[in-house]
Each structure stands twice: as C-alpha cells, then as structure tokens.
Design a protein. Structure first.
Length: 171
C-alpha cells in the first residue's frame, strides 16, 4: 500500500495539485477499492475492498476535496470498516425504480456509531432524511417504497469503531 500512496502523491503533484493529506489518501483508497468478488466472513477483519492502484493514482489527480462515497452493492456487506470518534464514512447505493423496500444498516465490530440517510443528497449530522442512533454499532434505517436514485448513508463514529459492517439491501 505504501507504494500506491507514493504513486498517488507523485501523480497529484505532477498534475499541479498539492500533496494529499492523510484523510484525502484514506478517502481515495476507500472510494477506489474494488469490491471483493466473494464476500469474506463477517468475522474476518477486512478493509473497503481490493486495492486498485491505477484507479487510486488517477483519482489523486482529481479534486479530492469533495467527499466521495464508497459504493454499496445490493445485498453485499462492506466489512472491516474502522474510524475514530467524530470520523465519518460515506456510502451510496443506487436503488432502481420499483423497489418495494430499502434496508440500510451497520452492525458488528466494536465501538459506537450513528447512521444518517438521505435520498439524492449527502446527509450531514444536521441535514438528513432519516437517522438511527442507538448505543453500539447496530443501526438500521428501513424505507418502504423508496424513491429510485442514489441513497446516501453516512456512518459517524460517536466513539472509535472497528470491524464494522455496512449493508444496503433493496427488494
């Protein structure tokens, strides 16, 4: 991974951009990771996906200041998510027309998170359509007859969290 980060930094500087901050590096690596072809067991700590050096290097030459969402695959959990208190992770799920239900959830691992959800706009802790904030990591938002389009899920660490799974499922 160090070689990938070095290539990202070199590409950013060569494109006339400033060197990436650690938070920007983390964001690019998470958003450009390829999904696992077979989902590992939930008990296996794992990151956002398979490192894609080429995609990360290209993404580093773009404007990284805008937050990018990690794409959720319908019915496939993204496991091994970690973060510090106050840190947030952003996910998106494309929901087709005709879906009857949408279930967005976080579960497993340790720590405490809250989940904020919005349709076609990125949620914040003060602007969102739905929220789940119970003690621990098991948060769920269910939407009946969801609108077609992009649904965003923001997971916010109320305390540090580790080995969290995030799932989006529509039917």
């Amino acid at each position: 991974m160090a070689a990938t980060v070095a290539m990202m930094q070199s590409a950013a500087v060569a494109a006339g951009k400033p060197a990436l901050t650690p938070a920007q590096v983390r964001q690019v690596l998470r958003t450009t990771a390829r999904p696992f072809p077979v989902q590992p067991p939930a008990s296996t700590p794992i990151g956002a996906g398979i490192l894609d050096t080429a995609a990360a290097t290209v993404a580093a030459t773009q404007d990284v200041g805008d937050e990018q969402a990690m794409v959720l695959v319908n019915g496939t959990a993204t496991s091994g998510q970690t973060g510090a208190a106050g840190e947030s992770l952003l996910y998106s799920l494309e929901v087709p027309a005709g879906a009857r239900s949408l279930n967005l959830r976080s579960y497993g691992g340790s720590g405490d998170v809250s989940v904020y959800v919005s349709h076609d706009s990125v949620p914040t802790d003060s602007a969102y359509e739905r929220k789940s904030a119970k003690p621990g990591n098991n948060e769920t938002v269910v939407v009946t007859n969801p609108q077609a389009g992009t649904w965003y899920v923001r997971v916010v660490g109320e305390s540090a969290f580790a080995n969290l799974s995030v799932l989006g499922l529509y039917r």
